[in-house]
Design a protein around this ligand. Structure first.
Ligand code: IVH
Length: 666
């Protein structure tokens, strides 16, 4: 290779890495895998060093990414570095040798922590109060996303405990649990919105939204992994810092251990690797840190990463297989989704036969065609994804895939709703839609009707026994016995399970009804805020948006649902059958202390999180709403209460403290 050729290669690599960085930090999107990114970066560094061609704007010099334009920028007083990666235990032992050398054989230990795959966040507390939440951005400065951070329940607005220095800087990871991510994505897919590729992208995409209300409705979690104190004592360790963080009320990474030697670290990592799919969140590896704080300064850092810590990456679970066919699936809300039927392949311990292709745009972007050999990936419980085509330049590839213009199930014209990527069948009697509305009604998080899965629902619908979920309650065992594979016993069991579902609480019934945009969490919030279906039906869109996590989009969907005569008929039939359309008061049968009282909560309470206070009120029979009106019985106000306090004063609504609330229920 000549120097010119090397330079050309260098420019190409820089361009590819810059593009990946921009997409990752700017749009929270991964164009290439971490492994590919690291290999390219390593190759680039090798070429630059060999040919003496390193330049200041190369991705090997700067940490990729720019903060986005929309948020105010904040400078990080201590830069937020990244970590170097290792991909096998030998590389990890090399790291240990470098540490040993750097510390001139002093005694040290390691803190080994499971690495959650999310987004790095910096929090700043002054005098115990949360004053800033920021992204990492380019490591030197990031975005001020405080308003979004304030909506994350795991993050206390005020620190707890006795040890609260004037300034506390916390570093940690925002992430989403897999089940919550799946549910959110499934809803998005059904609603024709673009789906997120993985929980990490969903987290980053969510925290960069401009509307904190939408953020509040998304299942963001947080754990802290570092604490920066202005004057720390020389005996401080990572173990001790995590303890301090816990005492301050911050969740920390629980899956961790202090290890005396690198051998212990390696053993632990091997165990974690085996268990990595059993965690409720995605993990992409482990982080190994020198435990003693005083050695951090001694070991120092390069411009990109500290020398006292390193990441270990688990091997990504990918496999190569062939696309046999692209089929179309019609969802509960009529969305038509293309699905890749695959040559079965073993992946992460299961046989994968199908992968969702999401929508036509996604297929175009990845240029996926029938017959292609493709890389499929599976992380945790998530539905397998087609990552890329292995042979994009092959000859004799099939024609690019196009979506039909008629519903594959009922033949109706497909429509693309405003701003949606998906095509939708708007015929409400379209058989797969009818079936999946009933399947959703019976599903585990909804009414959890045992024995009413896909196959049985299909049989019931095809045999004309049911058309809607309300028809389920008119069934009796005699209706079922003639069905295939349905003996007397299973028929009786199913009827019993259907009858049992009448006891499910209102929030589940509300979710089961299948309103657009009303998932598990939203249903719970609505049920809590309004207490009954009648109150919810009467609420205006404006009142709805005053509820926690309800934005205009959800509010409008709820109103539309209740405007439809046939939905009201369905609800009335379910009511007649005795389903729960009101919140049941907890614990006691008799009157409760806060019966009939409506509370609004504002500001930072001294001991309880707002959600805890709301739960407490509801448990005692009270109701919590989002805005102060003349119907509000009490405003529960903490520090930094704003406009709600003014409004309560104006309307003469009594204002109480946390202590007074506790007195009321004690
Ligand atoms: S310590 C100087 N600990 O992984 C950087 N990071 O690949 C110190 N991460 O940017 C980071 N779990 O966003 C640390 N237990 C953990 C972590 C963790 C996840 C993330 C973090 C970091 C990235 C580096």
């Amino acid at each position: 290779m000549t120097k010119e050729q090397a330079y050309e290669k260098i420019l190409t690599l820089r361009q590819e890495l810059d593009k990946a960085n921009d997409a990752y930090y700017g749009n929270a999107e991964s164009l290439i895998s971490d492994f590919e990114y690291d290999s390219k970066l390593e190759k680039l560094l090798e070429l630059e060093l060999h040919w003496d061609l390193q330049e200041p704007d190369s991705p090997t010099v700067r940490i990729g990414g720019k903060p986005s334009k929309e948020f105010p920028n904040v400078v990080h007083p201590v830069p937020m570095l990244s970590l170097s990666n290792t991909y096998n235990l030998d590389e990890l032992r090399d790291f240990d040798r470098r540490v040993l050398q750097g510390l001139e054989n002093a005694e040290y230990s390691y803190s080994a922590e499971l690495k959650y795959d999310g987004m790095a966040i910096r929090l700043r507390y002054e005098n115990g109060k949360l004053v800033l939440g920021a992204t990492r951005g380019d490591g030197q400065k990031g975005d001020d996303i405080t308003a979004n951070i304030r909506t994350v329940d795991d993050i206390p607005l005020r620190l707890r405990g006795d040890f609260i220095p004037e300034v506390v800087e916390v570093r940690g990871e925002a992430y989403m649990e897999i089940a919550a991510f799946d549910e959110m994505n499934q809803m998005r897919e059904e609603e024709g919105q673009a789906v997120f590729a993985n929980p990490r992208n969903a987290t980053a995409g969510t925290l960069k939204l401009q509307d904190p209300k939408i953020v509040a409705g998304r299942p963001i979690r947080f754990f802290a992994y570092d604490l920066l104190l202005e004057n720390s004592d020389t005996e401080l360790t990572q173990t001790k810092k995590l303890e301090l963080l816990t005492n301050m009320g911050l969740p920390v990474c629980e899956i961790r251990s202090e290890c005396a030697t690198i051998d212990e670290v390696c053993d632990l990592i091997e165990q974690w690797d085996l268990k990595k799919h059993s965690y409720p969140f995605e993990t992409d590896g482990a982080v190994i840190k020198v435990n003693q704080e005083r050695y951090r300064d001694l070991l120092g850092a390069t411009s990109k990463a500290p020398r006292w810590a390193i990441a270990y990456k688990f091997e990504a679970e990918q496999a190569i297989t062939q696309i046999l066919e692209i089929t179309l699936q019609v969802g509960r809300l009529g969305t038509v989704t293309p699905v890749a039927e695959l040559e079965p392949v073993q992946l992460a311990g299961t046989t994968v036969k199908r992968a969702s292709l999401h929508n036509e745009d996604e297929i175009r972007r990845k240029d996926i065609r029938v017959g292609d050999r493709v890389v499929v990936e599976k992380a945790g419980e998530i539905i397998p994804q087609v990552v890329s085509v292995v042979n994009p330049d092959a000859e004799n590839r099939s024609e690019p895939f196009t979506m039909p213009d008629k519903c594959p199930a009922c033949g109706s014209e497909l429509v693309r709703m405003d701003g949606e990527v998906a095509l939708r069948c708007i015929n409400p009697s379209c058989p797969p839609q009818v079936r999946s509305r009933i399947e959703h009604f019976a599903s585990r998080d909804a009414l959890d009707i045992d024995g009413l899965g896909e196959a049985v629902v299909s049989q019931l619908v095809e045999n004309g026994l049911i058309k809607t979920y309300a028809d389920l309650y008119d069934l009796n065992a005699e209706d079922l016995i003639p069905l295939e594979r349905m003996a007397e016993k299973s028929a009786n069991n199913l009827i019993e399970a259907i009858q049992k579902s009448k006891k499910q609480p209102f929030e589940r019934v509300l979710y089961a009804l299948g309103l657009r945009f009303v998932g598990n969490k939203v249903a719970k919030d609505l049920a809590k805020a309004f207490g009954s279906i009648d109150a919810l039906m009467q609420a205006s869109e404006e009142e709805l948006t005053q509820t926690d996590s309800i934005g205009p989009r959800i509010a409008s969907s709820v109103s539309l649902f209740f405007d439809e005569e046939k939905n009201i008929t369905l609800i009335n039939r379910l009511k007649e059958h005795g389903l729960q359309f009101e919140m049941i008061k907890d614990e006691t049968d008799g009157p409760q202390k806060l019966d009939g009282l409506t509370f609004v909560i504002t500001g930072t309470l001294p001991g309880l999180k707002r959600k805890e206070a709301a739960d407490l009120i509801e448990k005692n029979g009270g109701k919590v709403t989002g805005s102060v009106s003349k119907n509000t019985s009490y405003l529960l106000a903490g520090e930094e209460a704003g406009s709600k306090l003014d409004k309560a004063r104006k309307l003469n609504v009594p204002i109480i403290s946390e202590e007074e609330l506790l007195d009321m229920i004690s």
